[in-house]
Design a protein around this ligand. Sequence first.
Ligand code: ZN
Length: 255
Amino acid sequence: MATTLPGLGFLPTFDSVAEERLHRKQRLAASFRLFGKFGFDEGVAGHITVRDPEHLDRFWVNPFGMNFKHIGVSDLICVDHSGDVVEGDAMVNRAAFAIHSQVHAGRPDVVAAAHSHSLHGKAWSSLGRLLDPITQDACAFFEDHSLFDDFTGVVLDLEEGKRISAALGTNKAVILRNHGLLTVGHSVDAAVWSFITMDRSCQAQLLAEAAGTPVLIDADMARKTQVQTGSPAACYLSFQPLWDMIAREQPDLFE
Ligand SMILES: [Zn+2]
């Protein structure tokens, strides 16, 4: 379990696996509400997954075709390693299974993964470039994201998921060229925070380059700042104000 990994002592601990599962599902439902609020929905595209704390080869995900803004805890479905829905009454998005099953399999340390066709992420992805350290916030991704430098249509094939997982490597994010962003974390909180701030860093670099030539933060300083703003603890912490807001504003997400 993530809570036993070194350096992750800040994560909450639980008395039972049922308690931990409920916690993960609540964070996941809240994250869909946040994705909806940030406008990250695009038709039926987009998925956030969290690994089951007991059955480590299963993950919880949004039901196919349901608006992010309507998702509550009881709507989430659990999918096993062969793509079968083992809990919940809905279909799984085939692309969600193809990508996320391989990311979870390839990264045992990862608890959650987030992907959507957010506007600034997909605009940036079309450039086929990594983000530069042009702001303090963008430094969170310095030497901690990669590029999947290919596009082969909608990802429905497990082999494509494996290639994306390989491109992600040990990083916390990968830019899928001509597609969008994918982020991972040791908690739902961190994966979702990284997605939100990465989309904004894409927006910032698009704005800055449209206006001129941004000054880059030098590599040594970017590396130091990465630890401050992009560590698992920093990403987890940065999510908490969003959690507080959405939990208070939309308490039906717990249903
Ligand atoms: Zn996609």
